[in-house]
Design a protein around this ligand. Structure first.
Ligand SMILES: Cc1ncc(COP(=O)(O)O)c(C=O)c1O
Length: 452
């Protein structure tokens, strides 16, 4: 393996990165078949000074009815105060027009700065960003860019239910890596990889949610992250770091670095493809997420976009860009601090009710990020019995009593039974939480009575 070096552009040591050719064996046949869009690949050239472009079939913006767009936004530091932001002129024209596949330049630049601030990754160091219609869009495209039908993939287990169908429809063997209160169990991953059958191609990707995991609520510790990164290098796989709850961290200790940041401590960078989402931070309906990672993988994602939805909506990108530029990084940080405290308070309210009603009837670990409690129903006192299944308790008994949650089985790639349940604490009020957990208690008691 040849490693290329690039100057960091600062006085720091040379940063080593994996060369583009390294990713050849990581691209799926589908990605290799895709050709650059003849029009979209030339669109950036339209910005050449003095050039008259007859290239794209862009409609003439003067025919569009929109003449300006204004919206009110709360101040990130003084949420009682609002200001009006207006998008017009050239900004509006861009927002109403087709744009670059990877995203609107002003938003890409802002996000680039954000990644530098939060992950220490500098521009032109062998990585870049693409914007997608939510991180889900980019994860889907990344999976199809890298995984061939039938190939094995590594997924933490339980896993975000939104990726199971992606791997399922590709007929992948989903190899489950155990997790616990400290996040993904690197020791379980090591065993899987070290006992991998000789001659069978190893998985190319590991999917994990390191902060406030959906569904377990757990945050991977620094040690676990370092071990996983080391394994990625030893066994040649790419970590799909899906981190939509990164900004919803409310633990007391300083936050752990992301995989994307931590790989700067590795002998070379290039094993991490990171997904961020603005859904939990600005708006879920606005559908903006971004992928950060090696150019070769981002290029494959962009080629998918260029043949599917062409690009993420220019208008929503323009709105988000306007807001974020007006806030600056300090404003964004203040906003994040405020919303993470909001979720910490929600977590406390929920846990208070769980202690009140579910002590002895359920077990859980306390999340330090995100919006989920993952708890095990104690459906019997018999220590010899298996844990049982939360499915009937949740889908039938709890629902009949007026509470809706998710049985853990939906987060297991092979859909086996489990006594675990996922509950989201983001929306319910204190009163509603109290009622919901009381109803859950009644459902568990009923199930236990039947199990006697
Ligand atoms: C772990 C995880 N990944 C991805 C997503 C999708 O996020 P987005 O709204 O950015 O598409 C979610 C949404 O709940 C999620 O929990």
């Amino acid at each position: 393996m040849t490693i290329t070096s690039e100057g960091t552009g600062t006085s720091g040591p040379q940063l080593k990165r994996l060369p583009d050719a390294y990713y050849d064996s990581f691209l799926s046949d589908l990605a290799k078949e895709r050709r650059p869009s003849p029009i979209r690949s030339l669109m950036p050239l339209e910005r050449t000074p003095g050039l008259i472009s007859l290239l794209a079939g862009k409609p003439n913006a003067s025919t569009f009815p929109f003449s300006s767009l204004s919206f009110n936004a709360r101040s990130p530091t003084h949420p009682d105060e609002e200001s009006t932001l207006t998008i017009d002129g050239a900004e509006l024209e861009q927002g109403l027009q087709y744009g670059d596949t990877a995203g609107l330049k002003s938003l890409l630049d802002w996000i680039q700065g954000l990644q530098e601030l939060n992950h220490g990754r500098k521009k032109d160091e062998g990585w870049r960003i693409s914007i997608g219609s939510g991180s889900q869009d980019l994860i889907y495209k990344a999976v199809h860019a890298m995984v061939n039908p039938g190939e094995p993939v590594l997924v933490e287990s339980p896993v975000y239910a939104g990726v199971i169908p992606m791997f399922h429809s590709l007929h992948c063997e989903q190899i489950e890596v155990e997790t616990d209160a400290q996040g993904i169990r690197s020791s379980s991953l090591r065993i899987i990889l070290e006992q991998w059958p000789a001659g069978k191609p190893k998985p190319k990707v590991l999917y994990t949610v390191p902060y406030g995991c959906n569904p377990t609520g757990m945050t991977a510790t620094l040690q676990r992250r370092k071990e996983v990164l080391q394994l990625a290098r030893e066994h040649n796989f790419i970590i799909l770091e899906d981190d939509p709850y990164f900004y919803l961290y409310y633990g007391k200790a300083p936050r752990y670095p992301s995989y994307f940041a931590l790989e700067l401590e590795e002998p070379e960078v290039g094993h991490v493809l990171r997904f961020d989402s603005l859904s939990k931070v600005l708006s879920a309906g606005i559908r903006i997420g971004f992928a950060s990672g090696p150019e070769a993988l981002l290029k494959a994602i962009d080629q998918h976009t260029a043949t599917s939805n062409l690009q993420t909506s220019s208008l929503t990108q323009a709105v988000v860009s306007k807001l974020l530029h007006s806030w600056g990084y300090d404003g964004f940080t203040a906003h994040i601090e405020r919303i993470s405290s909001f979720y910490a308070e929600k977590r406390d309210i929920f846990e208070h009710a769980m202690k009140k009603y579910l002590t002895g009837l359920a077990e859980w670990s306390t999340p330090e990020a995100g919006m989920f409690f993952w708890f095990k129903l104690l459906l019997t006192d018999d220590p010899e019995a298996d844990g049982g299944d939360s499915q009937v308790v949740i889908r039938t008994k709890a629902f009949e009593k007026g509470v809706l949650a998710l049985p853990g089985t939906v987060f297991l790639p092979n859909g086996r039974q489990t006594p675990y349940v996922r509950a989201s604490f983001s929306l319910a009020t204190e009163e509603e939480v109290d009622k919901a957990i009381q109803r859950l208690r009644d459902a568990i008691l009923e199930a236990r009575a039947e199990n006697v």
